[in-house]
Design a protein around this ligand. Structure first.
Ligand code: AMP
Ligand code: TRP
Length: 341
């Protein structure tokens, strides 16, 4: 059989489950912007159906979805160049997810570390949706035949599962219909850590607001959080090797590098040997310079929620245009009567 070559296409998603953190921005959104306008189709989704796998207050969910859309645009996503929409407006995602629920195995899902973390001790009380979450994520990606998925390090296991689902579907039905998606986990900030604990991921669900920078934080708050960020008493080392076993120092250097579009080695060349009392104000200035324009633009966009809703509806129409024929073909392959009509 001749090998099917799939046209490159980028897809990624972010959950509208609270505000955006510096981790989301550096690990995901900033890299989505880099991939836009490089001649490859880019599709970015607010995954509201994923968000409700844990409880969301309806009014807050709607607000967070619009705010996330404002964040995408403020960070540099152009709705004329990229397809930007919220997941629930394109029913093909859930229709494809059902097929994948029947391809994926219970054992695969049980190994997912995100499920184990989020379900906690009382897994019997977790929603069925939280368990099936990765099959919906595979559907998000494969309903567009996306070939490349930029994400932070924490999503690696889910993307391996997406590959497993595509491989099993292709094997079961004797086809090469689905591409085997490549994760794109690159740059200095694939895993931004908490400002309070260098062993924990920076997360919107951390109870301590001091642990993270939010894209909506004002300049004073950003400066204060960086000033108070946990560090050890030593000055910065002279080279990268010296950052080993110093997770908090390494995290701040990684953040600096990613914000400044520099390699970590270049940052160490400039900053190596400096005391934190000197380095932290430089980092704070850089963070304010890069993040304040984004939060200002988000505020401006949020003044006109009807315009945001129009952008999302328009993006959803474009997304459906790609997803509908791929879903139809999938149903035909599976043997659903009427799908070929
Ligand atoms: P979520 O907010 O969980 O929907 O995550 C959206 C995107 O941000 C995913 O690609 C995550 O991998 C990425 N992300 C979230 N937190 C971090 C972090 N602390 N460091 C790097 N990337 C992150
Ligand atoms: N699970 C991802 C996260 O929590 C969000 C997500 C849902 C996603 N569907 C996706 C990311 C498809 C990339 C591609 O970060």
């Amino acid at each position: 059989m001749t090998e099917v070559v799939h046209t490159p296409r980028v897809f990624s998603g972010i959950q509208p489950s609270g505000g955006l953190t510096l981790g989301n921005y550096l690990g995901a959104m900033k890299r989505f912007v880099d991939m836009q306008g490089q001649g490859v189709e880019t599709i970015y989704c607010m995954v509201d159906l994923h968000a409700i796998t844990v409880w969301q207050d309806p009014a807050k969910l709607a607000h967070a979805t619009r705010e996330l859309c404002a964040g995408f645009i403020a960070a540099g996503i152009d709705p004329a160049q990229s397809i930007l929409f919220n997941q629930s407006q394109v029913a093909e995602h859930t229709q494809m997810a059902w097929i994948f629920n029947c391809v994926a195995r219970m054992g695969w899902m049980q190994r997912m570390t995100q499920f184990k973390d989020k379900a906690g001790k009382n897994a019997q009380n977790a929603s069925l949706g939280l368990f099936a979450y990765p099959a919906l994520m595979a559907a998000d990606i494969l309903v567009y035949h996306a070939t490349h998925v930029p994400v932070g390090e924490d999503q690696k296991q889910h993307l391996e599962l997406t590959r497993d689902i595509a491989i099993k579907f292709n094997n079961d039905f004797g086809t090469e219909f689905f591409p085997i998606t490549e994760p794109v986990i690159e740059g200095a900030a694939t895993r931004v850590m908490s400002l309070r604990d260098g062993s924990k991921k920076m997360s919107k669900s951390d109870p301590s607001d001091m642990s993270r920078l939010n894209l909506t934080d004002d300049a004073d708050t950003i400066a204060k959080k960086i000033r108070k960020a946990k560090t050890d008493p030593e000055p910065l080392p002279l080279d990268i090797e010296g950052l080993e076993d110093r997770p908090e120092a390494r995290n701040l250097v990684n953040i600096f590098a990613a914000l400044n579009d520099q390699g970590v080695e270049d940052v160490m060349r400039d900053m190596g040997g400096k005391a934190f009392s000197e380095f932290k104000p430089m980092l704070a200035d850089l963070a304010v310079a890069k993040l304040s324009p984004i939060s200002g633009e988000m505020d401006r966009l949020m003044q006109d929620p009807a315009e945001i809703d129009r952008i999302l509806a328009n993006g959803a129409d474009k997304a459906r245009g790609i997803a509908a024929p791929i879903l139809k073909k999938t149903y035909e392959i599976v043997g659903m009567v009427g799908a070929g009509a």
